[in-house]
Write a protein that binds this ligand. Structure first.
Ligand SMILES: NC(=O)c1ccc[n+]([C@@H]2O[C@H](COP(=O)([O-])OP(=O)(O)OC[C@H]3O[C@@H](n4cnc5c(N)ncnc54)[C@H](O)[C@@H]3O)[C@@H](O)[C@H]2O)c1
Length: 266
């Protein structure tokens, strides 16, 4: 059990879904986001902070013994926005962690690190990144800084290449990539409990029937996802129909991210 867990990006979709379960991991939970959180519970504290503010982030890490880092830009956006949230923000977080007690970090990386691999390729955590967006590139940077700060300063990180962490899958692609918040929580629990994780990359997908990713190299975590997207397959295929196999969004793992507009126009 952690004494004080920091969760950044706590006002977002994944953070909101994880929040009610975090009592299982920590006595006190420090929630942070640049957006407001109003319904703070007795075991929680809220600290508003923009991740690009180095001093503010340094203050967040005070007295923290574990971090779930969800904060940042979570889709394709113009480069400047991504740099502030996901590049400067990651640097600030790891610098603050280094200056304080070097807590273990769960980093919300993304499947978009490898989005330009085809869906019929099964990937392990050693494949060379093939990002599908500037957003994906920023997550490659995030994994790289996590690796550096372990090798140089001993800060351990689990980089979770999250598939699709929503209440339920919304399209055929998500039948493979869906990750329930319950399975995300159990992955965080394993990462905090393991004796040593160094810097490990793991793919975040539930126990779905269709699987694109091989987590064999992270088996030492003992993580067993329990949920499955299968219960929604019939409903999704009935409402959306089969996918067009010639569409790049169907061919590649990153889905629509591989063929989006140039980010400067977003
Ligand atoms: N939801 C998914 O399926 C999924 C898939 C892959 C990766 N991820 C990653 O998981 C994390 C959480 O995803 P989400 O779906 O909850 O995203 P989200 O966009 O709902 O939440 C992100 C939160 O980060 C905050 N934020 C953005 N820039 C910030 C900054 N500069 N300083 C402080 N806070 C900032 C936002 O206010 C927001 O509340 C993100 O890092 C995302 O890239 C999510």
């Amino acid at each position: 059990m952690l004494k004080t867990l920091l969760m950044t990006g706590a006002a977002g979709g994944v953070g909101t879904a994880l929040r009610p379960m975090l009592r299982e991991l920590a006595e006190t939970v420090v929630l942070s986001d640049m957006a407001d959180i109003s319904d703070v519970q007795p075991h929680e504290q809220f600290k508003r902070c923009d991740l690009s503010d180095a001093r503010g982030v340094d203050d967040l890490l005070e007295g923290v013994d574990g971090v779930i880092h969800l904060g940042g830009i979570s889709v394709e956006r113009p480069f400047d926005l991504i740099v502030q949230g996901n590049v400067v923000g990651m640097y600030n977080l790891y610098e603050a962690a280094r200056r304080h007690s070097r807590p273990r970090v769960i980093f919300a990386s993304s499947n978009h690190v490898v989005g330009f691999y085809r869906r019929d390729e099964r990937l392990d955590n050693q494949v060379v990144p093939r990002p599908d967006s500037l957003y994906g590139v920023s997550k490659v940077f995030g994994e790289a800084i996590a690796s550096l700060y372990f090798d140089k300063f001993g800060i351990e990180t689990l980089s979770v290449r999250i598939g699709s962490c929503f209440a339920k899958p919304a399209n055929p692609r998500m039948l493979a990539t869906w990750l329930s918040s319950r399975d995300m929580l159990s992955l965080c629990a394993r990462a905090f409990a393991a004796p040593r994780i160094g810097h490990t990359v793991v793919y975040g997908a539930s126990d779905n029937e269709e699987q694109w990713w091989d987590n064999g190299n992270a088996a030492f975590l003992g993580w067993r996802p329990k949920d499955s997207s299968e219960q929604w397959r019939a409903e999704i295929l009935a409402s959306l129909g089969p996918e067009d196999p010639a569409n790049p969004a169907t061919l590649y793992q990153g889905g629509g991210f591989v063929c989006g507009e140039h980010p400067a126009n977003l």
